[in-house]
Design a protein around this ligand. Sequence first.
Ligand SMILES: *Cc1c(COP(=O)(O)O)cnc(C)c1O
Length: 423
Amino acid sequence: MIMTLQDRDKKHLWHPLTQHKLHPDHLVITKAKGALLYDEAGKEYIDGIASWYTCMYGHCNDYITEKLHAQMQSLDLVVFSGFTHKPAIALSEALIKILPANQEKLFFSDNGSTAVDIALKMALQYFANKGQKRGKIIALEGGFHGDTFGAMSVSGLSVYNGAFEDYFIDVERIEVPTKENFKTVKQQFTALLSENNVAAFIYEPLVQGAAAMKMYDAHLLDHLLDIAKQHGVITIADEVMTGFGKTGLNFASEHLENLPDIMCLSKAMTAGTTPMAITSCSQKIYDAFLDGDITKGFFHGHTYTAHPLGCTAALAGIELLQTPETQQNIKQIIQSHSEFNAQIKNHPKVSETRQMGVIYALDLNVKMERYGNLRDKIFKAFMKKGVFLRPLGNTIYILPPYIITQEQLSKIYAVIREVLDEL
Ligand SMILES: *Cc1c(COP(=O)(O)O)cnc(C)c1O
């Protein structure tokens, strides 16, 4: 008997964020191009979330794959400690040009979680190098920063982290600021900072992705950042999700007055081609590590640091982001979302809608577990109709690749409406 790919998958593979007892089957995808995924049977699915908001210039983008092909034939990898290479240098020049003005230095790693762990280590060692004992981190409730230990520690407590909570680093959480709670949040934040043991404040600027695209006000965040600055606390903007155009500007931090000391970048940076992340920082942070004493250096390094392919993809991605076509597409998606919103927001199954740039989310007025049965039913209904969306509990969100056609976008909207009508 010939085993199907799906059967062979079950033999040895362990999938992320999956309870295999409940969800044994995984759909085999054989091809991806532009905004489309294709399964074994040749069925098409519109990738409505750009594969976790990475493939923003479309799957297998010709411009990026050609650059990767050329790079692959000249330099695959060289140790980035003691050596350097043109792809990293060219990327650094292009990225610094578009990052907020105070960002000066780039440190490479492999994924969003490591970018966050590095940011936390930079903040903690910054104070250690200055002979100050500051060991506490402040984070926002419901935030998501990744799954390695540091990143998990600063993420909002979740039922899925139960086995590890006793081993988290020292973190205090404050509520995401709203007009209603701001007085209390500000008081609590100020009280925490007054103890002079806080090293850093980490936040997802303006949109908390994994918290079901929760959006919050730039002025309120700026107010908290003012207070952090007054207390000499290092501010860390986790832009792993929001970076590279999602909020309508290149980075969500550009909507704020206060520039972050440190930024975490990954996901769309390499446009879905190869895993790579960057933790960027200001000159002030970097200078605290410059010393005749070798131990004051930053002794963190991953084997694949600054992989030439990742650097090449990221540089090509930045070039594409800056083209008038991409900028026009972003504007068009923003406009289309708001037109769809006007039509859907009063649907009897919808309780709330929100939009920031190309990120659009609607909440259903039906209670659902984050990975529960009803959520699965909706997910399957979308897939059956040829649209890949990944509802977070009772939130349906769209974060399409910038190259999506108007026709494909309209199909996503139509399918959402159909699924809501059938609910
Ligand atoms: C996805 C994500 C991470 C973690 O990135 P990985 O590459 O999955 O480790 C961190 N922060 C934010 C805001 C994210 O969206």
